[in-house]
Write a protein that binds this ligand. Sequence first.
Ligand code: HQG
Length: 235
Amino acid sequence: MWSYEYIIEKGRYLAQLLRHDKDAFEQGKIDEHGWRKVEELAGLGFSRELLDKIVTTNSMQRYEYSPDGKMIRACQGHSINVDVELTEATPPDVLYHGTATRFLESIFAKGLIAGIRLYVHLTPDEAKAINVGSRHGTPFVIKIDCRKMVADGCKFYLSNNGVWLTKQVLPKYFITINQLMEKIILTHLHAIENEYGVNFNRSFGFYPLRYGYGKCIGVVTLLSSVLLPLLVVLR
Ligand code: HQG
C-alpha cells in the first residue's frame, strides 16, 4: 500500500528523529539509551504499521523495538549522546571504511574522526564501504589494520545491525596508505632501475619495503640524493 520511495523517504526522516533530534533528546523524548516512544512518533506521522514496515524492510536493519514493543531506537549512527548499550567485541583483523576522495587529505593528516557522530563506522564488507563512500562523492575505501589497533588497546563495538564502531582510527593503522606508499616507492624504484640499468634488490641483497614505508622514504631519499649521482659519475 506504500510505495518503495515513500518508505525510503519516511525511513530517512525516522533516522533523523531517532539519531539526531537534539531537541527531543533534551526534552526527554529520547531516553539515555536512545529509545523513543512509538506512541509519540504517531503524532509525527508514523503509525505502528508504517514503523513495522520501515523496521522490517530496512536493508541495514537500522532500527529495533524494545522487548515490549512500546519504544523504538536506531541501532547506531547517532549524533545525540545516547548509550545504545553497544557490545564491546574483537573485530576481524581487517575492516573497511568508505569515504570520498575529497576528504583524503584531511583523513591522511588527522586519521578517521567521528565528526558529528559518536563513532567512526567500519564494515567487514568492502562493497558496502564503497556504497557508503559514494554518498559523499568519488568513493575511496580505507583498509584498516584492526589487529594492530586491538593490540594497541583500541576498543571496538559491534552494533546490533553488524556495524563496527570505534572512537577514532589513526593514520598508522591505514593499510591502504602503506599499500599506496609501497606502490609509489616501487614505481619510483623501478623507474630508477630502468633509467640507470641497476637492480636494487640484487645490488643490495635486501628488499627495502620490508622495513616499512617510513624507512623506505629514507632509503629512496638516500638513493636519489647520494647514491644515484655517484652511480651516474661512476658509469
Ligand atoms: C569523513 C551509514 C575529513 C568520513 C553507513 C565520512 C555508515 C573525515 C564523513 C554510517 C575525517 C562523515 C556512517 C577527517 C572521517 N577529515 N573527513 N579526519 N574522518 N571523515 O555520514 O561513515 O545509512 O557521518 O570518511 O552505513 O559516511 O546512515 O559517516 O565520509 O555506517 O544507516 O567524514 O552511515 O549508515 O560522514 O556513515 P558520516 P559515514 P546509515
